[in-house]
Design a protein around this ligand. Structure first.
Ligand code: SF4
Length: 292
């Protein structure tokens, strides 16, 4: 992986994602290189080649300056990158940012799938309003290897989830994006560690992720017919809605077996972004029907 140290003019950016009012991305690009990554669509965020990572080395200093005139209510960490890449212990950019946010009593929500976060749980637990969304969207290591270049395997993710719970930190397991024929609900749920309180399932948004690349990898690695089925589901709004309904029915069945609260998120078909996506509404009968 090629590492480049870069300077940033701005660390705190306004976000439309309904999890916070500001976002911070301490790195540019991402070493995990997920085939479905929504950030790849944004040419301002993309690095040439998935093995190229920009370290925003001055991000903590610019954050300190911005906090003199910006007043975030909550900050989202990792909307377009992984905040805890393998090199974080070396550059300590995210660590310093967490320390600054803690000092200023600004709560944050972290999106991650990295076990490197284990080394920072003592900081994250300093503010009880902090929350971690931890991604667990596949049920096999083979699938992880096919669709994510270098992310942690299932065992390391399960261990990390257990550590977050043991640390008393607010946690949501994020089953997203849920990609038809690649993600398998029952298998994923069976691997979620005990004592998880919240799980959300977010259906893959083909307008945002790299649909062609996903189909290419499906064709090369998965059973014949899977590619055609994924294509069929996303071909039109009717098929997509039918799949979303079937997945919802499956979720309602599984809900009987598992103690955690379930949230279900269905991006609007054909829209690049669905700003009204409500991360706080638990699974209920009408939680996507009105948005079709
Ligand atoms: S970990 Fe997140 S930001 Fe990184 S490539 Fe995967 S989806 Fe994109």
């Amino acid at each position: 992986m090629t590492i480049e140290l870069i300077n940033t003019q701005k660390t705190l950016s306004r976000t439309q994602i309904k999890l916070a009012d500001y976002a911070i991305n301490p790195y540019k690009g991402c070493e995990f290189g997920c085939a479905y990554c929504y950030a790849q669509k944004n040419k301002n965020l993309r690095r040439e080649g998935s093995a190229n990572l920009g370290v925003k080395i001055n991000a903590p200093e610019t954050l300190e300056k911005e906090l003199r005139y910006k007043n975030p209510r909550r900050v989202l960490l990792g909307s377009t990158t992984e905040c805890f890449p393998r090199v974080e212990p070396q550059y300590r950019v995210t660590e310093k940012i967490l320390e600054i946010l803690n000092r200023n009593s600004i709560p944050y929500t972290i999106l991650t799938k990295s076990d490197v976060i284990n080394g920072y749980l003592h900081l994250i637990r300093e503010n009880h309003l902090n929350k971690i969304y931890f991604t667990f969207n596949f049920d096999s290591n083979k699938i992880i290897k096919i669709f994510e270049n270098s992310s942690p395997d299932l065992a390391r993710r399960q261990e990390t989830i257990k550590n977050i719970i043991a640390g008393g930190i607010d946690l949501r397991v994020h089953v997203g994006p849920y990609i038809p024929r690649i993600s398998h609900l029952a298998g994923i749920f069976s691997l979620i560690p005990a004592n998880v309180q919240e799980v959300d399932v977010e259906l893959y948004h083909h307008e945002m992720g790299n649909f062609r690349e996903i189909l290419k990898r499906v064709e090369a690695n998965l059973p014949a017919g899977d590619k055609e089925e994924i294509n069929r589901i996303y071909k039109n709004k009717q098929n997509y809605t039918a799949f979303a309904q079937a997945l919802k029915d499956e979720l309602k069945e599984l809900k009987q077996e598992y103690p955690f609260k379930i949230f279900y998120l269905v991006p609007e078909y054909g829209k690049f972004y669905t700003p009204e996506m409500d991360y706080e509404s638990p699974l209920r009968d009408d939680n996507f029907a009105d948005k079709r």
